[in-house]
Design a protein around this ligand. Structure first.
Ligand code: NAD
Ligand code: ZN
Length: 341
């Protein structure tokens, strides 16, 4: 089969002819229709320090996809040939305390598709049936292909009650923008999103943010005054991984505010802990998506009228993969999809 592989320990990704993977008793085989490029794939593409430590070479990468079930393992229940599926890219162990307690998203032995084992930039993907999620008929292939990052946005945004609340999102990457749309849809009052990239701030405006603020030339406190926010934000969603953005968020929070951290900062990020302590802030780390509550909520949010389709700004055929990686790397894009069909 055709696949995109991290073939060499250097910048780039290569089209290869890889063996079609074989399924085990509890697996399904998915024929991929569409894959999307994730920020993680860009780290692997650029072969940064994290990738060098993490990715075995050669390996087929990618973990955002939609496809069709073409084979089911002997023990699999609930899936049939022809089902349209995406799936949870975090494979959990099933025997640690959190797995046994039903909190599988907190499994301490998580293995990642397209990170620790072969991924979805391929004609075929093997997935444990446990991880698969059937896509309702009224949800398009394009949207189903971005359920993985949409799930990051939904899991983070729905960590706290947003109804009537003022929400600050730092980082208007694809995930931050989708989180802004979710926050508006579920009834937040003001949703303010920050970035330093005008293309992405524009996209955030299109997708419903109350204000999209370029912190390189506009002051967050001026925006708060303009919106009549005399006290501060109730909820913060950190989606940039940039220390100055998180520090700015801490300053802009109201007392008793709640923060969910998705963005991955450098490990030694320093903050003003007095902001946390004297304001009585609550901070929650987010990894991945809840299995599978986030997946059901994603489908329901779309079916109840949430429109995230503008986040998909580019589509290419798989043979044009290089253009896809170039546009994703330029910062002038939302989600970029590669088509296998
Ligand atoms: P992204 O890199 O596309 O988005 C980050 C955005 O932050 C960019 O648009 C960038 O311009 C912006 N930014 C830079 N400086 C800023 C500043 N000073 N203030 C505000 N914004 C600033 O990433 P993404 O794919 O949207 O993901 C968002 C973050 O979440 C990343 O850090 C990513 O690594 C992380 N992530 C975490 C998980 C998890 O499970 N915890 C999963 C996926 C992604
Ligand atoms: Zn586990």
């Amino acid at each position: 089969m055709k696949a995109l592989s991290k073939l060499h320990p250097e910048k780039g990704i290569w089209m290869v002819d890889a063996p079609t993977p074989e399924i085990g008793h509890n697996d399904i085989l998915i024929k991929i229709r569409k894959t999307a490029i994730c920020g993680t794939d860009m780290h692997i593409y650029h072969w940064d320090e994290w990738s060098q430590k993490t990715i075995p070479v050669p390996m087929v990468v990618g973990h955002e996809y939609v496809g069709e079930v073409v084979q089911v393992g002997a023990e699999v229940k609930g899936f049939a040939i022809g089902d349209r599926v995406s799936g949870e890219g975090h494979l959990v162990c099933g025997h640690c305390r959190n797995c046994r307690g039903g909190r599988t998203h907190l499994c301490r032995n998580t293995v990642g598709i397209g990170v620790n084992r072969p991924g979805s930039f391929a004609e075929y993907l093997v997935l444990p049936a446990f991880n698969a999620f059937k896509i309702p008929d009224d949800i398009s292939d394009e949207l189903a292909a971005v359920f993985d990052p949409f799930g990051n946005a939904v899991h983070t945004a729905l960590s706290f009650d947003l109804v009537g609340e003022d929400v600050l999102i730092t980082g208007a990457g694809p995930i931050g923008i989708m989180a802004a749309a979710v926050a508006k849809h579920v009834g937040a009052r003001h949703v303010v999103i920050t970035d330093v990239n005008e293309y992405r701030l524009d996209l955030a405006r299109k997708m419903g943010a109350t204000r999209a603020v370029n912190v390189a030339n506009e002051n967050l406190s001026d925006v708060m005054n303009e919106l009549g926010m005399t006290e501060g934000f109730d909820v913060g969603l950190e989606m940039s991984g940039v220390p100055s953005a998180f520090n700015g968020m801490l300053e802009a929070m109201n007392h008793g505010g709640k923060i969910a951290l998705l963005g991955i900062p450098p490990g030694d990020m320093g903050i003003d802990w007095n902001q946390v302590i004297f304001k009585g802030l609550i901070i929650k780390g987010i990894y991945g998506r809840e299995m599978f509550e986030t997946w059901y909520k994603m489908a329901s949010l779309l079916q109840s009228g949430l429109d995230i389709s503008p986040i998909i700004t580019h589509q290419f055929s798989i043979d044009e993969f290089q253009q896809g990686f170039d546009v994703m790397g330029s910062g002038q894009s939302g989600k970029v999809i590669l088509n296998w069909d």
